[in-house]
Design a protein. Sequence first.
Length: 283
Amino acid sequence: MSIPILDTHQHLIYAGRWPYAWTADIPALAGKSFTYEDYLNEIEGTGIEASIFMETTPDDPHWHEETEFVRQLSESPDSLIRGLIANCRPEEAGDFEDFLDRIDGPALVGLRRFLHAVPDELSESPTFVDNLRRLAPRKLSFDLCVLAHQLPIATRLAKACPEVSFILDHCGIPPIADGGLTSWRPDIAELAHLPNVACKISGVLAYCDPPNATTDAVRPYVEHCIESFGWDRVVWGSDWPVVTTSSSIREWVAISREIVADETLENREKLFHRNARRIYALN
């Protein structure tokens, strides 16, 4: 019997409800909706039994509305959504505590700022760092979405907030299409030395050339992340629907299971669901 999966990176796109400027140059996503009902259809038979919603960055100011909308989805008795990672703006001056109070609730488990689409200096400002430190007392995590060359920025941020739990999205977005490992590999290892950082095994298929989105293409990157962070600090995510730009959620599940097929049952359970419940402090 297949190990059940808790998907820690489930996006939803409601193109008829809000604009998503970041999808404009991605033909597989632009102008299209990927709803919760679509997600349920796509995961049928994959072993995915629960999910954590990851903010999908609708244009300003609609990201506020997205948080409340998904909270309502999660409150349905039969919902698979076990947690919500909300969008935020830690770089803005003002009362970040008030913002956290407004979005607080049983579903909220963490926050994310889409850092690879903003200037590098944004996440290095004193205001950004001070506001992230406010997450620790609330037991909220922060997902780090950075490009490979920004990994040193992620390391500095995690060092500056040692009490905050960070999760690196998409294996640090390695340059898989270019076959790049040289600088990414040591930067991942350095970030992994920090005990407050975990790594999300997700998103890597989207950074392959579509014809080469295969097990062999992503295996070196996945295995290096698991080796660097260890089996207690890795979680799995589908990155749906972004995964559809080069593959499918079914194929990513199959590839993931294949890569770790020779590992112990305990380690595979840690990757696919146990670690996520602990790291995201799910009820």
